[in-house]
Each structure stands twice: as structure tokens, then as C-alpha cells.
Design a binder for this molecule. Structure first.
Ligand code: FHN
Length: 563
């Protein structure tokens, strides 16, 4: 895993026949991700094969794509050798449903890409779908519901033995050393965990050093990559379209994300994430010890969409200046940082912390909490002279004096070199500079049988799930630096009305959770005002109060100072 852990950043490419309709079928805009159009638009296989007859990406230039990835700072490429529609982007001897026989293009795309990757020292990897909507022994007979989770095809084992495995053998025998086999489509009824384990061993037998993701087995939905028996499957976890709130501890993991809303090209999906979001995603993921697999969906002409190229160029510019703080770094030792993120490089006798400052402090003071080491030096990574920044140790940690203007408005890197083995003291939540106190779900101590913290899944799940029991409660300990009176609110989502209390040493506030649209659509519930009269450690407790209440989800408690 060494090269993979050092790489931190890769390009995902979803490309195939689906880029021809590009989201539109019979003049209708089809909802959902573009590469699923065959299923969502219920396209009969014969019709879909005619569409393949129009797939002629004459502007495809492998060298160009690899240069775009390389200049963006990406170290590996994962391309869909075969997505769910079964169409093969390489010259397969096992089927005519491939780029050589079913399209006018008649060039081996993966071969051209493999050569370009080899030339540019980029690791080529294959995304390969276990689910296959075109093969008669797989899901084809389930038309029009190609993604049928209830039905089994009695011939599926034959598909695995005589089609899936031989094709993977072609891919691992003819295109050089492959970095990762990125399985997908493992959720179907026909695919079992024993098949996954057998497949893992089979792939490993073909290329002993290849990395295999956890979707070779079942159960990746847990995002911890644990399979149904609760064992870790494959070599790394694959959270999708989200960053687990605290990373996935103890395992390697990679967040795969789109740049707009679709993996495969859709002509009318212009909902592009900003370069700021993409760069901060990269930093956030690296700070939690993960890799970022960022997707492009090329057009039917073979071009990466211009908005994708523009963003990748901006990411590349940022990485060029900050690469030391991303590649070959490891997860940060802090639980939370008010101003940004942190990555690190540690050795026995010293450590370097890379402080990624998103919110540059107006007063020029950056607090790095809980550090107990002596500071060797602090400087701006992009300062060619590495001019030392003033540092001051106080009982909250180390304060660094920064220049007025941030070197980069998206994320500026401050290097903090420390002597000796990294020594982080007790991390206690403390009042922010603006006097506010944020108590996030992730930092609560939970008491009771059913209550639990649910972290990262789709759309940023990050909350304490309160159940019916009034024996459950959540408690935060935090440090008050500026006593006073505060407006108190709770960020809550709920399926119905749920009452609860917020309790401190000498006050009780009542709140009622009201129904919200979705679990992850939080609403700020005002709870009234609270006096925190003295400095130092304070505890707040939140407890449900009514029997039979509807479960509610608590994302955070916010105390805003009343000026
Ligand atoms: O169904 C696929 C989808 O088309 C896309 O390939 C994503 C990328 O990780 N994986 C599956 C959905 O989880």
C-alpha cells in the first residue's frame, strides 16, 4: 500500500457508451447519474447496442488525459474498463460487446491509456463492474429492471467462471502493471462474500502487488469496509460522495466523488463544485488519512469537459505550491481545528505539522491546541526564505503569529516543526475567539443503551441518534475562557416531535425537536439563554425527557455570546 498511501490523490474516469446519450433518451432528460441511463430509461439491449454503434470518440487523446491528471497532482488513474452496461473499453477476445467490435472507433482505449500512463509514471487502475446488464448469464434477463436486487440468475456462476474472471485475466495480463482493481456492482443478490474472497485471491494470483478495493466483497455500504461477517474486505474502504467525519480509523480508505452530480457525462449537468470545495476536500481527506479519487466524465467525442479541466488546473496550481503538505503525509493528531485542517510527517525524534488554514485569523493569531512539544520553527510553506514566525506557548497550546494577508484564500499552509516525539495533551473543546462555543456530536460522551453517534455517509451524516429511552444522554465537557450569557440553539433533525432538556450545573433549558425533511437536513432549534458565570471546565448534558418520543438526531449545540 506504500505508493497508494503516499499518492493521496487520483483521477476517476467514468467513460463509455452512456456518454453518447449523455443523459437524454428519446428527447427526454433522464434523472440520475448518467452512466445508469440504460437502466433508468429502460433501454432494451438491442437499442443500447445501436447507441454503441454511434460511440466514436475521435478526439480521444490518452496522452492529453494523462497530462491533465498529472498536472492536477494526481498520481493514479482509475478508469471504467467495464461499467454496469457491460461495454468493454479494451480489445476483449471473450466478447464482441467491446470497443473493437461494437463501435466504429475500433481502437483499444485501455492500451493507449496504459502506454501514456507508463510514459508519465502514473499508475493505471481499472474500475470493473461485477454487475453486468448486457450478459445473458448476469442481469440482462432482468430487463427492464437491470438492477434487480431480488432476482437471481441461475447461470450467474457460469458468468463468473467463463466471462468475468477470463476478462479480468485479459486486463491483468495485457496492460502492464496495474495499480488497483476497483470493483463495483457487488450489491446484487447473485454476488456473495465467498465469491468475493475467491475473486480477491484470483486477482492477487494474477498480479501479486495489485491493490483491491473493498467492493470485491459485500458490505461496503457500512463504509467501514466491513463485510457481512464484520471482517474487513479488500485492501481499503471506499466511502462515496462524502468524507467520513473522523475518517475510517485503522483502515486505508479513499473517498470517491464527482465534480458535478454525475459520474458519466450528462450534457445538462452544470452543477459543478467550486475549486475551493475540491481543494478543501483534498485537504480534509488527507488530514483524516484518506485518499481522494476525483471523477471526470469525458464526452462521446473523447474530451474531458472544460469545467473539469479548469478545476483540475486550479487544483494543480495549489498542489504545486503545497505538495509537501499533502503527499506522503498522515492523519492529523487533533480532533477538531477551528480554522482548518492538519496533516503531518513524523519520525522518532521530530515531527512536522502542516497547518492548512482555511479561515485566516483577522488578529493574526493561530492557536494550535494541546501541543506539549517545544517548537523548533514555524514558517509559511510558500515563503521561499522560510522566515520564522513568532510562536508562544500558553496553557491552550501554541500560538503562532501570522502575517495579515493569507498567502492563499482557499488554504494556506503553515509549517510547524517540533522537537521530539509528537506529544498532544488532552484535547478539550474550548470557547472560540468570537466567544462562541460549538459542541459537535462527534465530541460528545454518550451514555445509555441505544444512543449512538453516526458518522459520514451520504451527504454528511454526522449526528447523535437519540432514541426513545430517557436513560440515554449526551454530555460535553468544554472550557469557558470568557464567561457571560449565551443564546443556545441545537442543530436537530427529527421524524416527529421529540422533547429534550439541556442541563448545566445550575440551569435547565427545554427544547422540542420538530419534524425535518431528511435525517441530514438539520434545523436550528432555539433553547433560550444560558449563563456561564465562571472560567474553566464546564459540562453540558442533553437528555430526552418524554417517554415514547420520536427519535431525533443532534448534530451540535451552539452557544452564541450575548454581547
Ligand atoms: O453504480 C455505481 C455508479 O455508477 C458509480 O460507478 C459509483 C462510483 O463509485 N459506484 C456505483 C454506485 O455506488
Amino acid at each position: 500500500m506504500k505508493w497508494w498511501r503516499e499518492a493521496r490523490f487520483g483521477m476517476f474516469i467514468h467513460w463509455g457508451v452512456y456518454s453518447v446519450p449523455a443523459g437524454t433518451y428519446k428527447d427526454k432528460k433522464i434523472k440520475g447519474i448518467g452512466e445508469w441511463i440504460m437502466h433508468r430509461a429502460k433501454i432494451p439491449i438491442s437499442e443500447y447496442e445501436e447507441i454503441a454503434g454511434q460511440f466514436n470518440p475521435v478526439k480521444f487523446n490518452a496522452e492529453e488525459w494523462v497530462q491533465i491528471a498529472k498536472n492536477a497532482g494526481m498520481k493514479y488513474i482509475v478508469i471504467t474498463s467495464k461499467h454496469h452496461d457491460g461495454f468493454c473499453l479494451w480489445d476483449s477476445k471473450i466478447t464482441r460487446w467491446d470497443i473493437m467490435d461494437a463501435s466504429p472507433f475500433r481502437r483499444d482505449i485501455l492500451k493507449e491509456l496504459a502506454d501514456a500512463c507508463q510514459k508519465n509514471d502514473i499508475r493505471l487502475s481499472f474500475y470493473h463492474s461485477i454487475m453486468d446488464w448486457h450478459h445473458p448469464d448476469a442481469q440482462a434477463p432482468f430487463y427492464p429492471n437491470y438492477n434487480n436486487k431480488k432476482k437471481s440468475n441461475p447461470n450467474f456462476p457460469g458468468y463468473v467462471k467463463n466471462y468475468l474472471k477470463p476478462q479480468l485475466k485479459e486486463l491483468l495480463a495485457n496492460y502492464g502493471k496495474i495499480g488497483i482493481l476497483w470493483f463495483d456492482g457487488e450489491w446484487i443478490k447473485d454476488w456473495t462474500s465467498p465469491m468475493g474472497k475467491d475473486m480477491y485471491n484470483y486477482i492477487r494470483s494474477l498480479q501479486p502487488e495489485i491493490i483491491i478495493n473493498n467492493r470485491v466483497d459485500k458490505g461496503r455500504q457500512g463504509m467501514s469496509g466491513m463485510n457481512e461477517e464484520g471482517n474487513f474486505a479488500g485492501d481499503y474502504g471506499t466511502p462515496e460522495q462524502e468524507v467520513p467525519a473522523t475518517g475510517l480509523s485503522g483502515v486505508d480508505w479513499e473517498s470517491c466523488m464527482t465534480m458535478n452530480k454525475t459520474w458519466g457525462f450528462k450534457s445538462f449537468d452544470h452543477d459543478w463544485k467550486s475549486s475551493e470545495t475540491l481543494i478543501r476536500n483534498l485537504v480534509d481527506i488527507a488530514s483524516k488519512g484518506g485518499n481522494y479519487l476525483l471523477n471526470v466524465g469525458p464526452t462521446s467525442e473523447g474530451l474531458i469537459p472544460k469545467p473539469s479541466i479548469e478545476r483540475l488546473e486550479k487544483i494543480g496550481k495549489w498542489i504545486k505550491k503545497n505538495k509537501e503538505a499533502i503527499y506522503d503525509t498522515s492523519a492529523n493528531p487533533f480532533k477538531f481545528l477551528e480554522w482548518g485542517r492538519c496533516t503531518k510527517k513524523v519520525s522518532k525524534e521530530s515531527a512536522i505539522l502542516y497547518l492548512h488554514v482555511f479561515n485566516w485569523p483577522d488578529d493574526g493569531r493561530l492557536l494550535v491546541p494541546a501541543i506539549k512539544n517545544r517548537i523548533d520553527k514555524a514558517y509559511l510553506l510558500t515563503d521561499p526564505d522560510k522566515k520564522s514566525l513568532k510562536t508562544k506557548v500558553n496553557d491552550d497550546g501554541v500560538e503562532i503569529r501570522l502575517p495579515k494577508i493569507a498567502p492563499d484564500k482557499i488554504s494556506s499552509t503553515v509549517v510547524l516543526k517540533i522537537k521530539g516525539k509528537l506529544d498532544i495533551g488532552e484535547m478539550i473543546l474550548s470557547q472560540r475567539k468570537d466567544g462562541s462555543i460549538i459542541l459537535p456530536a462527534i465530541e460528545a460522551k454518550l451514555y445509555g443503551e441505544e444512543i449512538k453517534y453516526l458518522s459520514g455517509r451520504k451527504r454528511g451524516r454526522d449526528y447523535i441518534k437519540f432514541f426513545k429511552s430517557t436513560k440515554d444522554w449526551a454530555e460535553w465537557e468544554f472550557k469557558v475562557k470568557k464567561p457571560g450569557e449565551f443564546n443556545v440553539s441545537a442543530k436537530i433533525s427529527a421524524k416527529g416531535r421529540g422533547s429534550f432538556q439541556l442541563i448545566t450545573a445550575n440551569q435547565v433549558l427545554n427544547g422540542t425537536a420538530t419534524k425535518t425533511r431528511k435525517d441530514y437536513k438539520f434545523r436550528n432549534i432555539s433553547l433560550g439563554t444560558l449563563k456561564l458565570p465562571s472560567k474553566g471546565k464546564t459540562t453540558i448534558k442533553v437528555i430526552p425527557v418524554k417517554k415514547g418520543l420520536k427519535p431525533f438526531n443532534l448534530n451540535s449545540i451552539i452557544l452564541s455570546p450575548i454581547q
